[in-house]
Ligand binder design. Structure first.
Ligand SMILES: Cc1cc2nc3c(=O)[nH]c(=O)nc-3n(C[C@H](O)[C@H](O)[C@H](O)COP(=O)(O)OP(=O)(O)OC[C@H]3O[C@@H](n4cnc5c(N)ncnc54)[C@H](O)[C@@H]3O)c2cc1C
Ligand code: SF4
Length: 461
């Protein structure tokens, strides 16, 4: 064994997986996990912990894997993370814990994410249940939204003894984990649901089909239903569009709608009554994780798929692993290209996209080189479906129905990073609703901060 190199992880063959929705990555088996754990240097100054937003004690759990004490490893991780099987699969480890790993200086970083996933999958298969609180506080807290921010906040508060109810607008809990990230990256029944069940086992109640701001307001929850504090973890689900001609045509989707129809409404299964106009030739506009997920979903639904992105490969914001998987599966990348018009047929359906070539100029405010249009370079790609994956912002429903709740110019709720406190007393917030679209682990960290803030607030009352 070469101690400088990662133990490779087994994956589904790209040609086979391009036609199914089963998970791409198989993860480590026990033997592979123990071998990979044995590469860890168990550093005294463990830089990997500094790179983890929720500060998992990484060297300790890895040494427990090496000793084959998987239950101890699960307990170590559970102290910091309520969703390890999710994070082990979707966290951008290469820029967090693994990006800081000392092993990575001269060789390849330890596969911390794959080891976390191994422990989480082992503990689920062996019926590991997190400990519920023994003493109750006798105070009710409402959590709005059941994504990673809401689930983490609710789980932490339940462990402290609060009576917690999550209100979720959709008919299934999980937020983006359920409706956004596709099955082939994050299996719903096998992985997401059991982690949500673990939060329920801590005593958290989850009420679905309740839209806060419509079914009931924050003021009513506090004044009439006896909730002493509220955590808003309502995410950033409102899609952005380009504002180009033809964008209202039939066959133009936001990535959110396309993925929700596939993931939540199971459009890819013949036994469900909620179909999707899948498309035969699809353009996905954008270069982030959402664009990769939409493109790889369209591919699996039978389409030829182009990703149209206005910068170069170097600037693609998606995780390197996702870009690599998308290429392996046959997604075509039209880089340094930007749509300027969507063409329609006489019935109003998409029949093509006019795109313009771009080149990179001077860096802009984000530090990335600004794309500049190349005059006279327009050409048309014949397609029947266009999916816009240009980012999202928070839905203003809650802020517009809650007096005194401050938001910024991006419609994000203004909240203290340390404790989630908003401009309204007793109301806390975190996750994408505060930061705009970000990551699972940052939403979890914000949920944790919100739980701390609520506990301090209610302990003072
Ligand atoms: C397609 C896609 C792929 C992604 N891939 C990755 C990835 O690989 N790695 C990564 O780290 N991150 C990824 N992300 C980002 C990540 O999923 C989000 O940053 C994270 O889920 C945010 O968590 P949250 O709890 O703040 O919000 P969400 O997960 O959005 O959950 C918010 C919940 O609140 C509910 N809600 C909204 N309004 C109301 C209301 N008025 N009343 C009641 N309920 C309400 C929503 O229905 C939703 O269930 C991806 C996002 C998308 C869309
Ligand atoms: S930095 Fe890398 S080698 Fe060091 S303890 Fe963390 S995972 Fe192990």
């Amino acid at each position: 064994m070469d101690m400088m190199k990662k133990i490779p992880v087994r994956e589904q063959d790209p040609k086979v997986r391009a036609t199914n929705f089963q998970e791409v990555c198989y993860g480590y088996n026990e033997e592979e996990a123990v071998l990979e754990a044995s590469r860890c240097l168990n550093c005294k100054n463990a830089r990997c912990i500094a790179g983890c937003p929720v500060k998992i004690d990484i060297p300790t759990f890895i040494s427990q894997v090496k000793e084959k004490d998987y239950l101890a490893a699960a307990n170590t991780i559970a102290k910091s993370s309520a969703l390890p099987a999710v994070c082990g699969r979707v966290c951008p480890q290469e820029s967090q814990c693994e990006g800081q790993c000392v092993r990575g200086i001269k060789g390849e970083a330890i596969s911390i994410g794959k080891l976390e996933r191994f422990v989480a999958d082992w503990s689920r298969e062996h019926g590991f249940v997190p400990e519920a609180a023994s003493e109750k506080k006798g105070k009710k807290v409402a959590v709005i939204g059941s994504g990673p921010a809401g689930l983490t906040c609710a789980g932490d508060l339940a462990k402290l003894g609060y009576d917690v109810t999550i209100f979720e607008a959709l008919h299934e809990p999980g937020g983006v984990l359920t409706y956004g990230i596709p099955e082939f990256r994050l299996p719903k029944q096998a992985v997401v649901q059991p982690e949500i069940e673990n939060v329920r086992k801590l005593g958290v109640k989850i009420e679905t089909n309740v839209i806060i701001g419509k079914s009931v307001t924050i003021d009513e929850l506090m004044d009439e239903e006896g909730f002493s504090a509220i955590f808003i973890g309502s995410g950033a689900g409102l899609p952005r569009f380009m504002g180009i001609p033809g964008e209202n045509a039939n066959g133009v989707f936001s990535a959110n709608e396309y993925l929700t129809r596939s993931n939540l409404m199971k459009a890819f299964r013949d036994d469900y009554d909620t179909p999707i106009v899948a498309g035969k030739k699809v353009v996905v506009v954008g270069g982030g994780n959402v664009a990769m997920d939409a493109a790889r979903t369209a591919l699996r639904l039978g389409a030829e798929v182009h990703i149209v992105y206005r910068r170069s490969e170097k600037e693609l914001p998606a995780r390197a692993e996702e870009v690599h998987h998308a290429k392996e599966e046959g997604i075509i990348f039209d880089l340094l290209t930007n749509p300027v018009e969507i063409l329609t047929d006489d019935k109003g359906w998409v029949k093509g996209v006019v795109v313009r070539k771009m080149e990179l100029g001077e860096p802009d405010a984000s530090g990335r080189r600004r794309p500049v249009e190349v005059e006279g370079s327009d050409y048309t790609i014949d397609v029947d479906t266009v999916i816009m994956a240009l980012g999202t912002s928070p839905n203003p429903l809650i802020s517009s129905t809650t007096d005194g709740l401050e938001t910024n110019k991006h419609r994000c709720i203004v909240a203290n990073e340390e404790n989630g406190q908003t401009s309204r007393e007793g109301v806390f917030a975190g996750g994408d609703a505060v930061t705009g679209a970000a990551t699972v682990i940052l939403a979890m960290e914000a949920g944790r901060a919100g739980a701390r803030g609520i506990d301090e607030y209610l302990s003072r009352k």
